[in-house]
Ligand binder design. Structure first.
Ligand code: HAM
Length: 427
């Protein structure tokens, strides 16, 4: 048998209802906050991510699904959506054509990571981006949208962490201070950190190697190196969050694993509600970021566009689904079942089945099993609330029989008004 590729998964009936719920809430919220949906290709030029996500990131260094296509072009399955959103914003001049450059997208992303719970090679994100706005109020609005998503999904025990990584003007001072503080400890860090110290010292904060952590914990904090305008901006973001009543905590380690961030960075951390073994809520462990984002004021220009700021976040849909409350039940749509008695009833039953569906009512009929008993069993299996029985005798009287599947009550209704009677029975 040919199986799915490691790190990818099928989302099966029975699981998809939770996905649809998460996506429904996401669409509704984004629309309520004035965002426009956009769909960009899954495949892009490799250079978009090399430049956009950043050459010094783990994503570009180790995790991209890149290959040469049959035309000799280097292409990549997108590892994140932000560079694609920026490309589309610039390529289609959305600044001019949209009333506000607030965009969102939902779709699959690809990263060649070591799969574990909450971490996959094909995963899905809700990605939200705003272009052209500098005011700290927009940072707070984006964070508010992220927070509302998590709370509207009923996810408990979520925690918002924020930080500011400064801008192109003040960051070099922070990077220099990092190197200075590392001093003679640098050779004790892992090989990746040695490389990071040369290419982008901030990336040292991405390190997960346990032995490195005591050294990293002693390093300076970016918030202590902000210039005046970055410090004022960060204070503004925090004040707006307080006004909204959204609880936050500053995490000095939150430099985020992508190169484009400036000023505000944030994540919402969560726990998995539904442990596989049925035990109580367990932590998502290292994969506990339900979503993450921040400001990227230089990216649009770096990717060939006008000098416009940007801010956004992406939420991992797998992680949101894992974190949904265990007790959440999603009712299937109310369903009717049509049962035919003998060959006499069958043509009319098929006709009624179609009338129901054309009338907007979900309805099924068992084509193979002919006995009424078998058809009733089928109605139970699909959790039909009402079964309409179509038989020769009833039809001769111009009637069909409605059966309430939970009480077992049956009564005759005129064939001519059967659709309306079923609609009423399902309401
Ligand atoms: P990110 O932190 O790389 O940011 O990913 C955002 C979210 O995607 C994570 O918090 C996590 O929930 C989910 N995620 C990431 N990798 C995986 C994986 N291998 N398996 C399952 N879920 C995963 C970004 O992607 C940025 N583009 C966010 C952004 C938008 N920043 C500004 N605008």
């Amino acid at each position: 048998m040919i199986t799915a590729i490691r790190g990818t998964h099928d989302i099966l009936p029975g699981q998809i209802e939770r996905w649809q719920f998460v996506e429904r809430v996401a669409h509704q919220l984004c629309e309520r906050y004035g965002y426009h949906e956009i769909r960009t290709p899954i495949i892009e030029r490799e250079e978009l991510f090399a430049k956009g996500t950043g050459e010094t990131t783990d994503i570009v260094q180790k995790e991209m699904y890149s290959f040469t296509d049959k035309g000799g072009e280097r292409v990549t399955l997108r590892p994140e959506a932000t560079p694609s959103m920026v490309r589309a914003y610039v390529e289609h001049n959305l600044e001019q054509t949209l009333p506000s450059a607030k965009l969102y997208a939902i779709g699959p992303m690809f990263r060649y990571e070591r799969p574990q719970k909450g971490r996959y090679r094909q995963f899905h994100q809700l990605d939200v981006e705003v272009f052209g706005l500098n005011d700290p109020a927009i940072d707070a609005e984006v964070i508010d949208l992220a927070w509302s998503l998590v709370t509207d999904l009923g996810i408990k025990r979520a925690e918002l962490v924020i930080n500011s990584v400064g801008c192109a003007a003040c960051r070099p001072k922070f990077a220099a201070a990092l190197l200075e503080a590392l001093g003679t400890d640098l050779p004790k860090l892992c090989q990746d950190c040695q490389r990071r110290a040369r290419t982008n010292p901030l990336r040292i904060y991405d390190c997960k190697v346990p032995a490195d952590q005591p050294i990293i914990d002693r390093l300076p904090h970016s918030v202590d190196f902000l210039d005046e305008s970055c410090a004022t901006h960060f204070a503004g973001v925090k004040a707006h969050l307080d006004t909204f009543g959204i609880p936050w905590r500053v995490s000095h380690r939150l430099v985020r694993g992508l190169d484009y961030y400036t000023r505000t960075t944030f994540e919402i951390l969560g726990a998995v509600a539904s442990a596989d073994d049925g035990s109580d809520a367990e932590s998502l462990g290292a994969q506990n970021a339900l979503l993450g984002g921040g400001r990227y004021d230089g990216l649009v220009k770096d990717l060939g566009g006008p000098d416009r700021p940007g801010i956004g976040f992406a939420a991992g849909l797998e992680r949101l689904v894992l974190a949904l409350p265990q007790e959440l039940t999603i009712d299937p749509p109310a369903m009717a079942c049509v049962a035919a008695i003998g060959d006499d009833g069958r043509p009319e039953a098929l006709k009624l089945l179609r009338e129901l569906r054309r009338g907007g009512i979900a309805a099924v009929m068992e084509f193979e099993a002919r006995s009424l008993r078998a058809q009733m069993k089928r109605a139970d299996r699909v959790k039909a609330r009402v079964t309409v029985i179509v038989g020769g005798d009833e039809l001769a009287r111009g009637e069909v029989t409605l059966r309430n599947m939970s009480t077992g009550d049956q009564h005759a209704v005129p064939r001519a008004s059967a659709v309306e009677a079923i609609r009423k029975a399902l309401a």
